[in-house]
Unconditional design. Sequence first.
Length: 268
Amino acid sequence: MAKRIGNVGAELAEAREAPVAGFDAGEIDGKSVTAAAKAPLEALLAHAADGRDHVRRNAWRAIIAKGALDEYATLRAAVALRDEDDEVKALAAKALEKADASATERVIDGLIRARLDPALSVREAVQATLAAQADLFLSRLPEIFDARDDRIQAAIVDTCAEIGAKKLGGAVTAALTHIGPIHRQTALAALLRFGSKEVEKVWTTLVEGLRDPYDQARAGFVLALAEVPAKAAKDAAIVARLTEMYEDDGSWIVRDAADKALRRIGGA
């Protein structure tokens, strides 16, 4: 048993051997990063777990230079989004631009949460990666629309707006009729960020959303219709329904939304 432990220790020591001179001493330059990237990915990931910030930073710089991540490296990068060092988090986000698609759920969900990071540098890196990983983000819709935390929902909606309707319009439209009310609420918020032209494309669906007096997402449908006030003003049935909702709906949130919508429509 002692021999086995000794061998494991030797393997770990070999894995942690610095890939280039100065790797453990401080931040390495671009040339050294390129050289370090030639080291085995396993060795670089071992350095990415080092207790020293500068070593972890160097490791992630080299991993980024190395290229595409395998599934394990992708999961490690997703975990590193919660590192104590801001630069490490930003580098991990950058590394996830070449994430393995097999870990989509961990990657996208981790990036969405990292959008709430206090550090601007981290948020900017995360936003850039989400834009680069638009296909992976799309593959998580509409599941991630079931956002029970307002901050997470806002981060999802912001990401939808940044990626744009051209890429996500179809998925957002489909989610407007999802069985889950929170899915519909998030989809409606994303639709509003796309703008009035996208709202008009799904007008019939939005009008249908006013019919169910028990739909928890109805306030969102109300506000969406008000995004195109001139069109709504020409439809007496829509104005009548909004007036009814303003006067009689059991939810103050819906009544408030109807009030705002009627004011906007009336001013069209």
